[in-house]
Design a protein around this ligand. Structure first.
Ligand SMILES: [Zn+2]
Length: 470
């Protein structure tokens, strides 16, 4: 989807194509592209001359003779093509403007989300879609009025910026870039953003958008008729689309991917710490690494905790779950509940069925975790999830704590447990994806000394989290 800099480039490419050109004829092949009456659109614009093209936010404003204005929003796939009259139209041409120089301008839109709307010089700024747009960062010099407007907005800062009413110009890509440059977690509630941070957001938005507009300049130089004009050049991105890559700022953590208001979002778990409540924290680590000890430490600070292992235990007591698993693996359990020994022995001889079991159990665990996170009143919520990355549950958490343990220490901890389970546990550890995701954790704690030393490390993290959850 084109963002402000791309639309600016489209505008700059369009000006020399349409300026002072008269529209001889208009063909509309898809009427829903035109907002308003199609006949009126055609009859009003035919015979008029394009005077100029300007831009407000992501709207292109075509100014025409007779004080008419055509508003254009490209949305997902909208683009313009300049073609010779003798050329066939572009593939998804929805509206074609035949010009007086033997050229035609095709408005092309494969997905048909874009719109064209007729207005006039007197009213177009009052059109609802234009009137609701906030100022572009380029014209914002102080943030006092923004601070006032967001005083009661608890929505995430990313959602608030995408809304365009506070400030216009940051879409999904450049909002991630701006928040990364400003070291702000995209889920931070808007009313927790300080004046200094707002100044940083505005300043970085100016720099990032200007740089993007500047690199769009090369599009203009390389433009030739017949080429689509969608202004796409999104280069020099630092964070967007780079989940799993090393953060170039801290050089110690990998970018994480989450959803914010349904939009894919990338951020650095170290450089962009979430501030405000609630703070959702996941504890993960291999088997017998000390996860439960860590979870207990949180609990002793009156922090709400939940253990995925406990959820599974509860699920296994349910008849419906037991039935499902019996059926899936052709097993027989007694007492209408899952017999964990029977299941474990089965999986030891049928390791490939572990995935199948996960497909049954993970969605149920996910549901419980979501319920817990949405209903808990605790400012900090901690969930222990052994298979956090495998089950893609990491996206629900603001912070991740990985408990890391050496193989020797782990062997020692496992052998303290039920001997019959040890083999199975070691088998599970082999498929654990923690090692390849460990740099996505906010914290990695080594459990390699005494229990007291380990708990001290956890307590230090608790203090830090409590200072952020305000
Ligand atoms: Zn970083």
């Amino acid at each position: 989807m084109p963002e402000l800099p791309e639309v600016e480039t489209v505008k700059n490419v369009l000006i020399p194509i349409v300026k002072d050109r008269k529209i001889l004829k208009i063909d509309v092949s898809r009427s829903s592209t035109i907002e308003g009456d199609v006949k009126e659109f055609i009859s009003n614009l035919q015979g008029q001359t394009f005077l100029n093209v300007t831009r407000i936010g992501k709207y292109l404003i075509f100014h025409l003779s007779n004080a008419l204005v055509m508003l254009s929003h490209l949305r997902m796939e909208g683009k313009y093509y300049e073609l010779e009259e003798s050329d066939s139209n572009s593939k998804y041409a929805r509206v074609v403007f035949h010009l007086d120089n033997g050229h035609k301008l095709c408005y092309d839109d494969s997905r048909c989300f874009g719109i064209l709307k007729l207005s006039n010089e007197q009213d177009y700024l009052k059109e609802e879609m234009i009137a609701k747009l906030g100022p572009e960062p380029f014209v914002i010099n102080n943030v006092k009025s923004i601070l006032k407007k967001v005083k009661n907005i608890k929505k995430p800062i990313k959602t608030t910026l995408l809304d365009q009413t506070l400030m216009t110009g940051l879409g999904n890509i450049y909002v991630d870039e701006t928040l990364f440059a400003s070291k702000i977690h995209p889920l931070t509630p808007a009313n927790k953003i300080t004046e200094k941070q707002w100044l940083s957001i505005v300043d970085n938005a100016k720099k990032i958008l200007s740089l993007a507009i500047e690199s769009g300049g090369s599009t203009i130089k390389s433009y030739h008729p017949g080429k689509d004009i969608d202004g796409n050049f999104q280069t020099r991105l630092k964070v967007y689309g780079k989940s799993g890559e090393m953060c170039p700022e801290c050089k110690t953590h990998q970018f994480r991917f989450i959803k914010v208001g349904g939009r894919g979002t990338t951020f650095c778990p170290h450089c962009q710490r979430k501030v405000g409540v609630p703070l959702n924290v996941a504890i993960t680590g291999k088997i017998a690494s000390g996860k439960s000890t860590a979870t207990e430490a949180f609990k002793s600070h009156d922090i709400a905790t939940l253990s995925s292992d406990e959820i599974v235990k509860e699920l296994y007591l349910k008849e419906e779950v037991s039935n499902k698993i019996e059926k899936a693996f052709n097993l027989r359990f007694k007492d209408k509940q899952v017999d964990k020994d029977v299941l474990r022995n089965y999986l030891l001889t049928h390791p490939k069925d572990k995935r199948k079991l996960e497909r049954i159990v993970h969605p149920l665990v996910e549901k419980e975790i979501k319920n817990f996170l949405s209903s808990s009143k605790s400012p900090i919520r901690v969930v222990e999830v052994p298979l956090l990355f495998e089950s893609n549950l990491d996206r629900y958490f603001d912070d991740i704590i990985v408990i890391d343990v050496s193989i020797d220490k782990q062997d020692e901890l496992i052998s303290n447990r039920d001997k019959a389970k040890a083999l199975y546990l070691k088998e599970i550890n082999k498929t654990n994806k923690i090692d390849e995701n460990i740099l996505k954790a906010t914290y990695v704690i080594k459990n390699d000394g005494t229990k007291t030393a380990f708990i001290n490390k956890i307590n230090k993290i608790i203090t830090e989290l409590e200072s952020l959850a305000k």
